[in-house]
Design a protein around this ligand. Structure first.
Ligand code: AMP
Length: 288
């Protein structure tokens, strides 16, 4: 693909101060600023959020920042896919006006020591599986908000717990940003798009399909009348383990508090995290 064929000029901003000055100017001009935070390696999941943002805002800022703070010491920060030239082209082709792409040093002072800890909703699911992850996420997102000063920000339901955490963060800290969510974008075969899918071998990609299949089966059981969370979970666990996938968690939780539930009422979230080979994947479905 010719990476110089972008439809419009897009400006890349690396420094927090420059971003703040631009945001101030845009706000003085009465423009609505929309933000789509990402770690780059853009795929159709990101693009669906960008399209929503472009529709709803005068100016769309895409942040591309692989946030070291949200990775555990044994996680894939070093290997995380980075493809900035392609991201820039995709962003321009989809209507992004500015990319905010600071380096770690641009973003975090060398003596950085202030962290944002959203309690409660970060306890369960990925919060217990990845200690410190949501402190890293909430701290970075808070800093993106103070750098970019958006009116609106867009998050994918693929990372449902992240979406809930950011909603709680802005409510608790009176941050004047409206939070929107976008549906999970999947391949035709059901696999949820993720930058980490790039790590999967053909065989792993095939085996990973069981994650979505087991979520769909769970929803089918729920709609057929099964309200016992453990029964639905056990059914999914058996299917996933049959593909020799290492389960991190399979849980059914309250859609607001994200705490475990035993009996499903009107609505609940079923969430899975599992390692296919060395790649940790997450997926979820709303049971309703
Ligand atoms: P990431 O670059 O993985 O940090 O993701 C950036 C944003 O894109 C987050 O709000 C994610 O929830 C969202 N996202 C990632 N994958 C998908 C997907 N398959 N469908 C919808 N949104 C997604």
């Amino acid at each position: 693909m010719n990476i110089r064929s972008s439809k419009k000029m897009i400006k890349v901003i690396k420094k927090v101060r420059a971003m703040q000055k631009l945001a101030d100017l845009l706000r003085r001009e009465g423009k609505t600023i929309g933000l789509v935070p990402t770690m780059g390696a853009l795929h159709d999941g990101h693009l669906s959020l960008i399209k929503k943002c472009v529709k709803a805002s005068d100016v769309t800022v895409l942040s591309v920042f692989v946030n070291r703070l949200q990775f555990g010491p044994k996680e894939d920060f070093g290997n995380y896919p980075r493809q900035f030239a392609m991201d820039k082209k995709l962003a321009a082709d989809n209507g992004v006006d500015y990319i905010f792409a600071p380096s770690h040093e641009d973003f975090y002072n060398s003596d950085f020591s202030s962290f944002v800890d959203v309690e409660g909703v970060t306890k369960n699911l990925c919060g217990s599986a990845r200690p410190g992850h949501f402190i890293g996420v909430a701290t970075a997102v808070t800093k993106l908000f103070t750098a970019i000063k958006p009116h609106k920000a867009f998050f994918g339901e693929k990372d449902f717990q992240q979406f809930v955490t950011i909603k709680k963060l802005v409510a608790d800290l009176n941050i004047d940003v409206k939070i929107y969510s976008g549906k999970i974008i999947r391949e035709k075969n059901g696999l949820a798009l993720s930058s980490r899918n790039a790590y999967l071998s053909d065989d792993e990609r095939e085996r990973a399909l069981v994650l979505y299949r087991s979520l769909v089966e769970a929803k089918r059981l729920f709609i057929a009348g099964e309200k016992n969370a453990l029964k639905i979970i056990n059914n999914a666990v058996n299917s996933i383990e049959s593909q020799e996938i290492e389960i991190d968690y399979v849980k059914i939780v309250d859609i607001n508090s994200l705490a475990d539930i035993k009996r499903i009422g009107e609505k609940a979230l079923m969430a899975i995290a599992a390692k296919v080979g060395k790649t940790r994947l997450i997926d979820n479905i709303v049971l309703k």
